[in-house]
Write a protein that binds this ligand. Structure first.
Ligand code: SF4
Length: 298
């Protein structure tokens, strides 16, 4: 059971493992950008490694556990979210982060994604979206653009890509953002917001894969929709957010990279709060009971 530590300055290097393995990500991989942004964001939200739980799926993104010093759980393909949910419900004191690729999260784990968003579990979910299966050597993924050629679709994909932002909103996520590894300052700020958000915060993180997706965009130039005069919408308004997401996902496949906060609902209670409201969950963390010798189990 992790207790929240006393207030102190936290150095981002605390998140670098003592026995530092050299990342085996390819040179130029966008995954480096996620690691860097996370190491910068966690101290800013006041979290130490022993207050942080990182749950990953299978893929190049899953190696993140080896390079970030925190509690960690490298799950099976597509199953990071159920494990992360259980960890958060057992110990709400933890900062729970789930991470995986677009194949892992939007394909194999797509059902978990919808229902974790629907139930608004309090966690941050980072999807490394490189529009390809990277670790297994370049197969078409759910976000690969129509016409994308790969070993599994040599004549080009005949499928429309999934729209992760719209799916997230429709499913019920209370924070939805997109950032890119090529935009480290925005990535850090978005991760800080996502971790401070009380509810399911979904960050679609565009991560270039120069090894297997050579023809794909490197996600530059990008436009921050909050900084641009060309976009005017209210991210707290569900309908306006939905329209902006639709435009954003069309734009990506036309070569225009729009990033930023697309939906923010600070009013909706998290799953844990809902359970407490109906008396199904105690106020104190469930895990605390296991460490309380005097607790009387019913
Ligand atoms: Fe990154 Fe692609 Fe290499 Fe995997 S295969 S480490 S996603 S560049």
């Amino acid at each position: 059971f992790s207790a929240i530590g006393e207030e102190r300055e936290i150095d981002r290097e605390e998140f670098t493992p003592g026995l530092e393995p050299q990342p085996t990500w390819c040179p130029g991989c966008g995954d480096f950008g996620v690691l860097k942004a996370l190491k910068q964001a966690l101290p800013e939200v006041g979290r130490t490694p022993d207050e942080t739980m990182l749950v990953t799926g299978i893929g190049c993104s899953g190696k993140l556990n080896s390079y970030l010093d925190s509690y960690g759980f490298h799950t099976i393909h597509g199953r990071s979210l159920p494990v992360a949910r259980a960890a958060k419900l057992a110990n709400p004191g933890l900062e729970v982060i789930a991470a995986g690729g677009d194949g892992d999260g939007y394909g194999i784990g797509g059902n978990h994604f919808m229902h974790t968003a629907r139930e608004n579990h309090d966690m941050t979910y980072i999807v490394f979206n490189n529009e390809i299966f990277g670790l297994t050597k370049g197969q078409t993924s759910p976000t690969s653009p129509k016409g994308h050629k790969s070993k599994t679709q040599p004549h080009g994909s005949a499928k429309e890509p999934l729209r992760p932002l719209s799916l997230s909103l429709t499913s019920g996520a209370s924070y939805v953002a997109r950032t890119a590894a090529v935009n480290p300052n925005q990535a850090k700020e978005i991760l800080i917001e996502a971790m401070n958000h009380d509810g399911f915060a979904h960050v679609d993180f565009l991560t270039q894969c120069p090894t297997w997706n050579k023809d794909a965009r490197q996600y530059v130039p990008y436009i921050d929709v909050q900084d641009s005069d060309d976009y005017d919408f209210d991210p707290t308004d569900r309908r306006e957010a939905a329209e902006m997401m639709h435009e954003t996902e069309d734009a990506l496949h036309e070569g225009k990279v729009l990033t930023g906060r697309f939906y923010v609902d600070e009013e909706r209670p998290s799953y844990q709060q809902e359970k407490q409201n109906i008396g199904e969950m105690p106020e104190e963390p469930l895990a605390a009971r296991y460490f309380d010798e005097d607790y009387e189990w019913e």
